[in-house]
Design a protein. Structure first.
Length: 171
C-alpha cells in the first residue's frame, strides 16, 4: 500500500482533532463519515486529489424522488438554492433522483490548510441539512400540490432553520 499524500494526512488530522468518526476507503484517498445535524443525518465522503492539491467533499441525500415530476421540482429547488450560494453547489442525480451537495478547494501547497478543510466539511453538512426539510416538502407533495409549490416562498421560510444558540448570536 502506498503512503498517504500530505493532503490526505492533513484531512485525517482534522478529523482526529475534531473527534469526527470516519473510515478510509481501501486503496483510495477517500474518507467516509456521517454527522447528526439538526434535520437529518448527513453522510459524506471526502476525496483527495494529490496531483491537484485538491479536496472535494460530497454529501448525498438518502431520499430518492418517486418520479419525473418530483425530479423536476427538486432540480428547480437545487437551481434556486445554488443562486444563493457563494461556496459549493447542489446537483441532482437524475437517474436516482437524489440531491447531492459538492464543495471543492484547490490548495496552493500540497499539505492544504486545516481551517479550510474544516470549513468545507461544515459547509457540506450545513447545506445538506438546510435543504433536507425543503426536499421533504417537495417529495411529500403530489399532483396539483406539487405543481403549485411556491419554491421561492419555501426558500424564504426561516422557521425551518435551527435557532442560533445565545452564545453564538451577534451582540
Amino acid at each position: 500500500m502506498k503512503p498517504h499524500s500530505e493532503l490526505f494526512a492533513k484531512v485525517l488530522s482534522v478529523f482526529a482533532e475534531e473527534g469526527w468518526a470516519c473510515h478510509e476507503v481501501a486503496e483510495q484517498e477517500v474518507l467516509r463519515a456521517g454527522f447528526e445535524a439538526h434535520h437529518a443525518r448527513v453522510e459524506l465522503h471526502v476525496q483527495i486529489f494529490p496531483s491537484l492539491a485538491a479536496v472535494s467533499v460530497v454529501s448525498e441525500s438518502p431520499r430518492t424522488s418517486p418520479g419525473p415530476a418530483h425530479r423536476e421540482r427538486l432540480a428547480e429547488l437545487a437551481m434556486r438554492v445554488n443562486q444563493t450560494l457563494t461556496v459549493g453547489n447542489f446537483e441532482l442525480d437524475w437517474d436516482t433522483g437524489r440531491l447531492l451537495f459538492r464543495v471543492s478547494n484547490l490548495f496552493p501547497a500540497p499539505q492544504g490548510d486545516a481551517k479550510i478543510i474544516r470549513g468545507l466539511i461544515h459547509t457540506t453538512v450545513g447545506e445538506m441539512d438546510r435543504i433536507a426539510p425543503l426536499e421533504a416538502i417537495v417529495l411529500q407533495s403530489d399532483g396539483a400540490l406539487l405543481a403549485s409549490l411556491d419554491l421561492p416562498a419555501l426558500l424564504d421560510r426561516d422557521d425551518l432553520l435551527p435557532a442560533i444558540p445565545a452564545d453564538l448570536s451577534p451582540s
